[in-house]
Design a protein around this ligand. Structure first.
Ligand code: COA
Ligand code: MG
Length: 292
């Protein structure tokens, strides 16, 4: 279960040392935008050393159509990261090309075939927005879809992507929604993007609550202070879980019914599907907590 993915610039030894204490469900060692080209070799070595023997550490490589991508993968795959964050894909074909590279590298390093997952940042290029249905059935490695506004706004020449209150301007709200629907269509998790104002903890709490409300399963983080806030936001409230259990029980009592009444409200099959998701999530969370 990945509610929070914390980005850590892979060339920053101090942040790498601190990253494990943040309580993130997953870490992303970044080899792309937060690392300058001159530091990339060092960052690759640090990433490889950090990942060895650790669970749920992901790597953001450089775009698959850059020369750096193969070098990034060659360096880190020796340590078997949990997965690869794929920036700026043009379409799902880029995720498939990455999957083919992983096939070879897993064989070379004795990693079980298919173990390394892929999480594309599926909206970073304008052309990618018109091909999001390509993720349906594209590769079994697909763990989810996430998105980003910064590269997209740079690509269209926008001067900003958020309004004065920190909310998305319409073009980026659209990209966010498309990521959510593409993930649902591909039957994988949608992971909301970063909240960059890392001193605004109320803002990130509000943002994460809205993400959970809208159906995102988790969110990207850039600062340790955001992690617990994000984790908490993606845990359904006790009343929500209780209500979901009652909906499931109600339909079990009346297997032939398409529509039922509960607490003066109409409940139908979509509510049942939603209730099952909530209860599955609650059970996953409990299992994770019991494991320690
Ligand atoms: N991972 C691990 N540790 C982090 C961290 C991160 N992402 N961000 C901050 N820290 C550490 C700092 O090193 C600092 O440690 P210290 O108290 O021992 O000195 C502590 O947490 C507090 O950090 P703070 O001083 O509040 O922030 P900062 O100015 O050091 O860093 C950023 C701010 C934005 C540069 C930093 O959070 C960062 O690098 N985030 C990730 C950026 C990234 O990867 N971007 C790519 C995806 S968009
Ligand atoms: Mg970027």
């Amino acid at each position: 279960m990945n509610r929070s993915f914390l980005f850590v610039p892979a060339d920053d030894e101090h942040k790498l040392q601190k990253a494990g204490e943040a309580g993130a469900d997953a870490l992303i060692l970044d080899l792309e935008d937060s690392v300058v080209a001159a530091a990339r070799t060092v960052a690759r070595d640090l990433a490889r050393a950090y990942i060895a023997g650790k669970k749920n550490v992901w790597v953001r490589i450089n775009p698959i159509d850059s020369e750096d991508a193969a070098k990034d993968l060659d360096a880190v795959m020796a340590s078997a990261p949990a997965g690869i964050i794929l920036p700026k894909p043009r379409s799902a074909d880029d995720a498939c090309a990455l999957a083919a590279m992983l096939d070879k590298l897993e064989t070379r390093h004795g990693i079980p075939a298919g173990q390394t997952r892929i999480l594309p940042l599926c909206t970073e290029r304008p052309q990618a927005l018109f091909a999001l249905d390509g993720y349906v059935g594209a590769t079994a490695r697909l763990a989810g879809l996430s998105w980003g506004a910064e590269d997209l706004s740079a690509a269209v020449g926008a001067s900003r992507s958020r309004d004065d209150d920190g909310g998305w301007l319409p073009p980026y709200e659209l990209a966010r929604s498309l990521c959510l629907f593409a993930a649902a269509a591909a039957e994988v998790q949608a992971i909301d993007t970063v909240y960059t104002d890392f001193r605004d903890l109320e803002g990130v709490a509000r943002y994460a609550a809205n993400a959970a409300r809208d159906g995102f399963a988790g969110m990207l983080a850039i600062h340790p202070a955001q992690v617990k806030i994000i984790n908490d936001a993606f845990v359904p409230d006790a009343e929500v879980i209780e209500r979901a259990r009652r909906i499931i029980a109600l339909f079990e009592e009346s297997p032939g019914a398409g529509t039922l009444g509960m607490d003066g409200e109409m409940i139908d099959r979509p509510h049942l599907a939603q209730a099952r998701r909530i209860v599955d999530l609650a059970n996953d969370l409990q299992a994770t907590q019991e494991k320690g």
